[in-house]
Design a protein around this ligand. Structure first.
Ligand code: PMP
Length: 230
């Protein structure tokens, strides 16, 4: 990898040879193409999407739907499954409030892990408080991996949702989501995956993972801030 060539693609660092940016997991810098394509949209295509009966609106709608198709290909999902949100936090809240609030009740359990980001934890805690459901967590081993042996006791018919982070933002651990999802399905639980760190770093195939919901943030993967996907 030739770093000096890569730097040219990022206007913010290209213009500042003194700057070494090491916080991409928190938010990535934006390549020229992304900045230019945002500018191009506002300068040439901006119009009401899906709500206007005139040419510019139809073109904006087409561009918007093309983005949906690309995201679907990127995740191996179907285009109609792509929900645009602002970021992972909003996606997780959407699942917890739209699905959880309506379907969880006292006696139900939501299974998370001890390595969740707050974005994957707080929405479930709040919705549990409103519904009477209980939160339980898959513990970690000494090496910072999920202790899957705990699933034998944790994964019961009471568990209605298993919500796991695909790649830890703290440890870098890649969790065996496909295996966890397979076990979750055996007890009829929905599988929610926080892909904020995995989508930028790994090929993601939501079907192979067995994810019912998968969340990502555009701003962590070279995209614009304020554009995410559920
Ligand atoms: N989950 C993980 C694993 C993260 O690393 C982050 C961001 N640090 C989030 C969720 C939240 O992402 P956002 O702020 O884009 O909603």
């Amino acid at each position: 990898m030739d770093l000096s060539t890569l730097r040219v693609d990022f206007p913010l660092i290209a213009g500042r040879p003194d700057l070494v940016y090491l916080d991409s997991a928190a938010t990535s810098q934006k390549p020229r193409r992304v900045i230019e394509s945002l500018k191009r949209f506002y300068e040439t295509l901006n119009a009401n999407v899906h709500r206007g009966a005139y040419r510019l609106s139809a073109e904006a709608t087409e561009a918007y739907e093309e983005a949906r198709k690309r995201l679907a290909r990127f995740l191996n999902a179907n285009p109609q499954e792509i929900v645009f949100v602002r970021n992972t936090t909003e996606a997780m809240n959407l699942v917890a409030y739209a699905w959880g609030l309506r379907n969880l009740k006292e006696g139900d359990e939501v299974l998370v892990t001890e390595m969740e980001h707050h974005a994957g934890l707080v929405p479930w805690h709040l919705v549990a408080g409103l519904t009477g459901a209980r939160i339980r967590a898959i513990p970690l081993t000494e090496e910072g991996r999920l202790d899957l042996s705990a699933l034998d006791t944790l994964l019961t018919e009471r568990v209605k949702v298993v919500s796991v982070v695909h790649m830890s933002n703290v440890l870098g651990t890649i969790n065996p989501v496909a295996e966890i999802a397979r076990r979750a399905k055996e007890v009829g639980a929905l599988v929610v995956v926080d892909g904020a760190q995995s989508a930028p770093h790994l090929p993601v195939n939501v079907k192979a993972l067995g994810a019912d919901f998968f969340a990502l943030s555009g701003h962590k993967m070279l995209g614009p801030t304020g554009a995410g996907v559920l």
